[in-house]
Every structure is written in C-alpha cells, then in structure tokens.
Design a protein around this ligand. Structure first.
Ligand SMILES: Cc1ncc(COP(=O)(O)O)c(C=O)c1O
Length: 336
C-alpha cells in the first residue's frame, strides 16, 4: 500500500532510535550508560512531585483548556514579567505547549509549503524534521567553529537575505551550549521585524546559564516584538522531560489564537496533574535552576580537570545547559 508524499517526509528523532536500541539491551540485562538523550540525571523539585501526586489523588485527570490551566498561565505571565521580559506579560501572551511539538505547530501556522525557514547550524535536530513536515524549504546558515560557533551579525544577515519567512534561533544552544551575544540577537529580532520575518527564539536552556542565570537577556528585555515567539520548556528546568510541558510567550494575538486552536485540534489539551505539578514548582524555579546551572558548570570544570585535552579540542566551551559538543574524531579516538 502507498502512503502519501507527505507521510514519506515524516522522519523521527534519531536519538529516540538509539533509545529504543539501548532500552532493548537494558531489558536483556545489559548495563547501559545513557547519553543518547538530553535526560537530566537529578530528580525534579520535591514540590513538583508532591503536587503532581496530590493532583492525581484529587482526581485531576480530566481535560483542560487547550491554552493551559489559567493558574499556570497566570503564574508563568507573572514569572516572565518579573524576570524583566520588557513588556508586561499578560496571560493572553502565554500558551502551554509541548516544546518539541510546538515547533511543528508554529511552522505549520507560519509557513506555506515552499517558503524558506532559516536555521543556524549546529541546531537541535527537530528543526529540520519540523521544516520538512511543514513542507517548507530549509536555509542553513553554518556557524564558524573557529569563532566558537557564536552567532554573528554576518550570520544573521545571511539568514535575513535568504528571503526566509521564519528564522529559528536557539540561544543557549543545543548542542554547543553557547550563549549568543545579546546585541546580535537584538539585531536579529529588530531587523526581522522590519522585514516582516517571524523569529522562533528557542530558549529551552535560557535559565540554565552558568552566569547570570534566570534573568532574561537584554535582547528579551528590550524587545516587545510581535514577530518573535519565545519558546521555553519545563523538561530541563524541572527535570521532568516526561511531563511534555513547556510554554510560548508571544504578543501577536493572531498567532496565539492559532496556536491554541492547534493545541485543541492536535492534542486537545495537556494533562491537568502535570500542569498542577509544575505550577507548584514555579516559586522554586529560580533557586532550582540556579542550582542546576551551578552543578552543570562544575561538571564541565571537573571534566576539564580530568581530561584537559578534551576541553582543549572542543571548539565551543559550553556556558549553559548540559551538553558537550565533541568533535567526532575525538570520540572515535576515545578518551585518553
Ligand atoms: C533546543 C531544544 N528545543 C526544544 C526541545 C524540546 O523540548 P521538550 O523535550 O521539552 O519538548 C529540546 C529538547 O531537548 C531542545 O534541546
């Protein structure tokens, strides 16, 4: 039987293919060190666990509004206003999403087939899957390893000049851990606005910066551009990737209403007990994220002491998150 062309274009995340193999080996009794996914090793905050359990016990297992429960959106709006987002963030500027899925939703809403989506490489692999799914055309701007994979004004110009309808930028970056300069991000947001280009600013690791964590970067503070969609995820903030919860912040009402419609059409809603769980953690988010960032930066420092040659040979030293972007030749040679 034939499937459609569209169906043929659907690809999966390669790291989940690895997870399937690793889990199978584990099931057969092998001892596996899991490096295939960005899975935090530490447990979630106790408030999150307690509130999730309580919510289940209280029968909070029904449907919820597709934008997320009011209390969670309200708490996120307050949090974002509090960290100095630059415009008074209102509950209507927030929608609860699943971060990974939201990339597919956003590109389907923002692009017509054939329109260009620019990304800066290296990037999170879902970007190319979502671009293919939306039948858009990728334009990949390569960042320079000799410049530590930083984003430059020239890189931004190339993305803007490509005629892209949407530009996806990810600072703090997965996989390099590099935090892009504020001025460059701000330049991107402003110039894109002038040209009517949408920007998806994937800030999944924004609050896991080793320095100045949990304060929005200047580019976030200064801009109140309706053309920018800021994407966050609770997965790595609260060590709850299985909850599948994140949120977007965007001042464009038209886009927000379509995202909520898309949530409603595709998944109906997010589960109530997970939302109540993360809601209980929000007052603890700042100290928890700060602690995590401190821990990750110490791990990187310890790795640097244990294997100095390793950090010498990576072109991008991470300053956020928990990834090390290793050159493949080093991995093949092995750690010596
Ligand atoms: C840069 C980036 N964006 C988005 C996501 C998706 O987040 P989630 O797993 O919470 O959907 C991830 C997950 O690792 C990521 O690293």
């Amino acid at each position: 039987m034939q499937i459609s062309d569209r169906g043929g274009r659907i690809g999966g995340q390669a790291m989940f293919d690895l997870l399937i193999i690793a889990k199978e080996q584990e099931r057969k009794g092998e001892s596996i060190i899991h490096l295939e996914l960005g899975e935090p090793a530490a447990p979630p905050p106790s408030e999150v666990v307690r509130a999730t359990k309580e919510a289940i016990e209280r029968g909070k297992v029904g449907y919820t509004p597709p934008a997320g429960i009011h209390e969670l959106r309200e708490a996120i709006a307050e949090l974002m206003s509090d960290v100095g987002f630059g415009f008074a963030v209102d509950i209507d500027d927030i929608a609860v999403v699943t971060a990974n899925l939201s990339l597919f939703q956003l590109l389907s809403i923002l692009c017509d087939p054939g329109e260009k989506v620019a990304t800066f490489c290296p990037f999170f692999p879902t970007y190319s899957l979502a671009i293919a799914y939306a039948q858009a055309t990728p334009h990949v701007v390569d960042l320079d390893p000799n410049n530590g994979f930083k984003l430059t004004i020239e890189n931004v110009r190339e993305a803007l000049d490509s005629g892209a309808k949407v530009i996806i930028v990810n600072s703090c970056n997965n996989p390099t851990g590099v935090v892009y300069d504020d001025e460059v991000l701000l330049y991107l947001f402003c110039e894109a606005k002038k040209l009517g280009v949408w920007v998806i600013s994937d800030s999944t690791y924004e609050f896991l910066r080793y320095k100045n964590n949990f304060c929005c970067s200047e580019s976030h503070k200064l801009q109140a551009h309706e053309n920018v969609v800021h994407l966050y995820s609770f997965s790595k903030l609260f060590n709850v990737p299985g909850y599948r919860l994140g949120f977007i912040v965007c001042a464009d009402k038209g886009l927000m209403s379509k995202m909520i419609a898309s949530n409603s059409a595709l998944i109906s809603c997010h589960s109530e007990f997970t939302q109540l769980g993360v809601l209980a953690g929000i007052p603890e988010l700042r100290p928890f994220a700060a602690n995590q960032a401190r821990y990750y930066s110490n791990v990187v420092a310890e790795i640097g002491v244990a294997w100095p040659t390793l950090l010498d040979c990576i072109e991008a030293e991470p300053s956020s998150g928990f990834y090390l972007f290793l050159p493949i030749h080093y991995m093949i040679k092995g750690l010596t």
